[in-house]
Design a protein around this ligand. Structure first.
Ligand code: SF4
Length: 233
């Protein structure tokens, strides 16, 4: 198994009936508005090099963003903020992301999510989150030789990620570390083939946070820079 095979398998997954119905319904209804594009309408795999030293974990694809373009955070306002910040700190080749094949490359960073299908109202159910857990566990297993830090966008991703990390070979302290913007914690390896892993919390780059000023570009860049430093990028 390698990441390319895993990504292909994820993109074919149909384990969650409600999300399969939703992602395909959105694609059917919106296809006409994006006639020049191939509307993705499937699970969105992670994006970034297979030897990434740093991971970014969000929530789930947006209905008209990644669900449309097929690439994480590509084609919506959240992605505009995230990719501009990645470029500002030297982790992306360009500040914008519009579609697969737009020339964007990430330097040492991979972006993924605990839920790979767009959920209605951006709210996956606990059962859907749990159904998708195995994909993230496999992705972490493949990235484990190189990944040293994770930036988590929002409380949902943080809560979803901790049990995955426990299952993938790291020790999660008890009580579980709380999410917060700027929160950080180091997880010790629970297996000999794992290295310590540093987690950093950042408010999600959704419009809810960026339009209200709760999260500014400078705040995103700061957490990105801290996470990159921990990964020695
Ligand atoms: Fe499969 Fe995850 Fe999509 Fe559910 S959310 S259908 S488990 S890829």
């Amino acid at each position: 198994m390698n990441l390319a095979v895993l990504d292909q398998r994820i993109s074919e997954c149909r384990a969650c009936p409600r999300l399969v119905e939703w992602r395909e319904q959105v694609a059917r209804e919106k296809r006409a508005a994006f006639r020049d594009e191939t509307y993705w309408g499937r699970p969105v795999p992670g994006f970034g090099p297979p030897d990434a030293r740093m991971l970014i974990v969000g929530l789930a694809p947006a209905a008209h963003g990644a669900n449309r373009t097929g690439r994480m955070f590509t084609g919506d306002r959240s992605g505009d903020v995230l990719y501009a910040a990645l470029y500002a700190v030297g982790l992306a080749s360009q500040p914008t992301a519009s579609h697969i094949g737009d020339g964007l490359a990430l330097h040492g960073v991979r972006i993924t999510a605990p839920v790979h299908c767009a959920p209605p109202a951006n709210k996956p159910t606990p059962a859907e989150r749990d159904a998708c857990r195995n994909w993230l566990e496999q992705e972490l297993d493949l990235l484990a030789p190189t990944v040293r830090s994770i930036m988590v966008l929002g409380g949902f991703g943080w809560q979803a990620l901790l049990p995955v990390l426990a299952g993938a070979g790291w020790t999660v302290p008890r009580p579980a570390p709380k999410f917060g913007h700027g929160a950080s914690v180091t997880l010790a390896p629970a297996r000999p083939d794992r290295e310590p892993l540093e987690l950093f919390g950042c408010y999600h780059v959704s419009q809810q946070n960026t339009f209200t000023g709760r999260l500014t570009p400078a705040m995103v860049e700061q957490v990105l820079a801290d996470t990159a430093r921990a990964a020695r990028l």
